[in-house]
Design a protein. Structure first.
Length: 410
């Protein structure tokens, strides 16, 4: 069993211990000490990092026989060793964990909402609450109550006792474990079984901010930040708001109303743009159909063709400024005419659309797949409508020409 120094003193930054064993494990070493101030991953709180001599501690974990394993970047020699904790990481975890106790206790005190899980992440922390519903009022009141306790700078004490003794003292969460247990007590506010590292006074938490609420399966997940994280979050929010106000040329309080107005104008412009795009597609479809009819008439006069007017027309074009969406819209308008096959491509994007009047004899999906495959592209679709793309837009003319030749042979 490893003596856990952090149980009684979470502010211990350096300590001396004895290395009991050091064994290689993959690309790191597995080190056991007789005593440690390093906290192992447990109870939703991540492990500490730091130094064992000159070796970096990259992970700390519990074992089944109540030992603490330190995984290091290099081997350490058996015998006496001096160790140090990564203090910025430790104090951050202490602020978040103590803040979690306060927030959970506030939700319980105000609304009888029980915390069912806790997670301390690298950037944010969360608690999951068992509650029928949570509304903004709950969040605001619990946040305010938590910060009242922080401002009062109450003592955060470590208590030890059996489950029965702690239950008689009024712990918030019942436990089934036997033997002597550790509990964290916030003076006059909360008492909770916990093996994690904590602050000595609530004032050291600085400030707690609730950031987000979401429904997760059978619980409500509340995201929060505390201490230096709360300061960083507030600073980042202010920077974002300031930049947004600058871009919108307005004051900070006016950002929401200016954004709402801008979004409304954007929606109106988008609708007008779509209507104009529809009109352009109508005009361009008519132009391509007219050009096709004139070309077919000229060819008939020169060659004295005997084909009737119901023969299939193949319209092929590479457009210089068409988006994939516009290409599909244009194709749909052209094939609204009878006996038409359209082969369209967009030079800026390399996008290709093959389509035919519904019920036509060709197979557009097969034709497009075969065509783009020869040019390193991909795509597919139905018998009447298919689309795809090729990596080199310079090959589009050759692709359409080859596809048109294949159609004329059938």
């Amino acid at each position: 069993m490893t003596e856990r120094l952090y149980y009684r003193d979470s502010f211990l930054r350096e300590f001396d211990a004895r290395v009991l064993s050091c064994e290689p494990e993959g690309d790191r070493w597995r080190v056991l000490l007789d005593r440690t101030a390093f906290y192992p991953t447990s109870g939703g709180q991540p492990h500490d990092t730091g130094k064992l001599g000159d070796a970096t501690v990259v992970e700390v974990a519990d074992t089944d026989d109540e030992k603490v394993v330190h995984y290091t970047s290099a081997a350490v020699n058996p015998g006496p060793i001096h160790a140090s904790i990564d203090w910025p990481r430790r104090i951050d975890h202490m602020q978040q964990h103590t803040g979690q106790h306060l927030l959970s206790a506030a939700f319980f005190e105000l609304f009888n909402f029980h915390t069912v899980s806790f997670h301390l992440g690298r950037d944010i922390s969360t608690i999951d609450l068992d509650a029928p519903s949570i509304v903004p009022r709950h969040l605001e009141e619990a946040e305010r109550r938590t910060n009242e306790i922080i401002l009062e700078d109450r003592v955060v004490a470590v208590r030890f006792g059996t489950a029965e003794e702690l239950a008689e003292a009024g712990i918030r969460k019942k436990v089934d474990r036997e033997g002597v247990l550790r509990a964290i007590e916030v003076e006059g506010f909360d008492r909770q079984p916990c093996g994690g590292t904590h602050l000595a006074r609530t004032g050291q938490a600085g400030l707690l901010l609730v950031r987000k609420l979401e429904r997760r399966r059978d619980a409500w997940r509340v995201e929060f930040v505390c201490g230096f994280r709360a300061l960083a979050a507030a600073r980042a929010d202010f920077a974002t708001l300031t930049q947004t106000a600058s871009l919108l040329s307005c004051g900070l309080p006016d950002v929401p109303s200016v954004v709402a107005k801008t979004l409304e104008e954007r929606r109106a412009q988008h609708g007008a743009g779509k209507r104009l795009e529809e009109r352009l597609a109508d005009l361009e479809a008519q132009a391509l159909l007219t050009q096709s009819a004139q070309a077919a008439q000229g060819g008939a006069n020169r060659q004295a063709s005997t084909k009737d007017e119901t023969a299939r027309r193949v319209i092929s074009a590479v457009l210089d400024d068409a988006t994939p969406a516009y290409l599909g819209m244009l194709a749909a308008k052209i094939i609204a005419e009878p006996n038409v096959v359209v082969l369209l491509a967009s030079r800026p994007t390399g996008h290709v659309v093959f389509a035919q009047t519904k019920g036509g004899s060709a197979d557009m999906g097969k034709l497009l797949r075969e065509a783009v495959l020869d040019f390193g592209g991909k795509g597919g679709g139905t018998k009447d409508f298919a689309q795809g793309n090729i990596p080199q837009p310079a090959d589009l003319d050759a692709l359409l020409s080859r596809a048109k030749t294949c159609l004329e042979r059938k």
